[in-house]
Design a protein around this ligand. Structure first.
Ligand code: SF4
Length: 339
């Protein structure tokens, strides 16, 4: 069985190809609790930066994973199961990773802490930073991202602006569209005005494609997505992201069940992705393996937009159309939780 605790993958990423994920913080430790988060509701809401795991141990895992898989990895991505900039040593980890490999480094962040000078300095050596901007107004910010009470929307936006002025790498902005929350012409115009201030290199328009924290967090209709595309494209090129299709790495795992659990803890998978992964692990009886995990109460099946997904039951989700009967805290309704 893999001994990795914070490093996983490479996993197929919608924007980065094969991404080695580094999650330097514990599950659902975040300063937001986004309605669309694919990891469920935030269980540890905090804005306090600290080392949740020993930095040396994280670096060791990164070194080991790169040694085994270097030719397979397109990006080392600091992402996590919450907000990675809450890790106080993220800057040190990025610098040390750069010393051991030429693989580019990305940081997938909600961008909320960029108002802090030390966070801006810490991630300044990454090649790509991918912050989120899902709202154009403070009211929508509260509704969609449900931030820590000490976070102020205008301060968050000013932090992103400052980062743009100081940082020489690429900023790929992510906008998640949720039906009825941030998809009106007025809200989209407000988001556009903020993007004009931040001047990202690219903007990605996302919609919830995996089971969200709240089952009502669904994509807008096609016409509304086209409207959003038209409005935001006035700032710079907008790409609408779609589902990834690549393989999930199972390297280092000898137990198929642990491999599936390790992936699902960070990333809900469509049923066909779980089956394809088990086949690659030469699992002769896939149904038995899934049944064992299901009966143990560790995973459950969730229906979302006509697709069946497997998710872990550690997370807390709003009540929805969950079909599983997991025994954990989750009640059955993504990362970097959807970002
Ligand atoms: S989507 Fe990202 S920022 Fe939002 S709650 Fe999930 S982990 Fe936190």
């Amino acid at each position: 069985m893999s001994g990795y605790k914070v490093v996983y993958g490479p996993v197929p990423s919608r924007r980065l190809g094969r991404s080695l994920g580094v999650g330097p913080i514990p599950f659902k430790t975040c300063d937001y609790s986004c309605v669309y988060c694919q990891l469920g509701r935030t269980t540890h809401m905090t804005i306090e930066r600290k080392d949740f795991f020993p930095p040396q141990a994280i670096l060791k895992e990164i070194e080991q994973a790169i040694e085994v898989d270097e030719h397979w990895i397109d990006f080392v991505t600091f992402v996590g199961e919450g907000e990675p900039t809450l890790c106080r040593s993220i800057g040190w980890l990025i610098r040390k990773t750069k010393e051991i490999t030429d693989i580019p480094i990305a940081v997938d962040t909600n961008g909320s802490l960029l108002y802090l000078a030390d966070v801006r300095a810490d991630i300044s050596e990454a090649d790509i930073v991918m912050p989120s901007l899902d709202a154009g107004t403070a009211g929508t910010f509260r509704k969609i991202n449900r931030p820590h009470r000490e976070l102020d929307f205008e301060a968050v936006v000013r932090g992103m602006e400052k980062f743009r002025r100081e940082y020489s790498g690429e900023i790929w902005m992510e906008v998640m569209l949720v039906k009825g929350l941030n998809d009106t012409g007025e809200e989209l115009e407000a988001i556009k005005s903020i993007l004009e201030r931040i001047e990202p290199d690219r903007t990605y328009l996302n919609v919830p494609i995996r089971p969200p924290a709240e089952p009502w967090a669904v994509p807008p209709d096609k016409e509304t997505i086209a409207l959003a595309d038209a409005i935001l494209s006035e700032v710079n090129t907008v790409e609408i992201t779609t589902e990834e299709t690549g393989e999930f790495s199972t390297r280092g795992f000898t137990s198929p069940e642990e491999a599936i659990m390790a992936i699902l803890r960070r990333h809900p998978m469509r049923e066909e992705q779980v089956i394809a992964t088990l086949k690659r692990l030469k699992q002769s009886n896939i149904e038995d393996c899934l049944a064992r995990l299901y009966e143990s109460g560790r995973i459950k099946r969730v229906s979302y937009r006509n697709n069946l997904f497997w998710v872990t039951v550690e997370e807390r989700r709003g009540k929805g159309k969950g079909k599983g009967k997991g025994k954990g805290k989750g009640k059955g309704k993504p990362g970097g939780g959807g970002r």
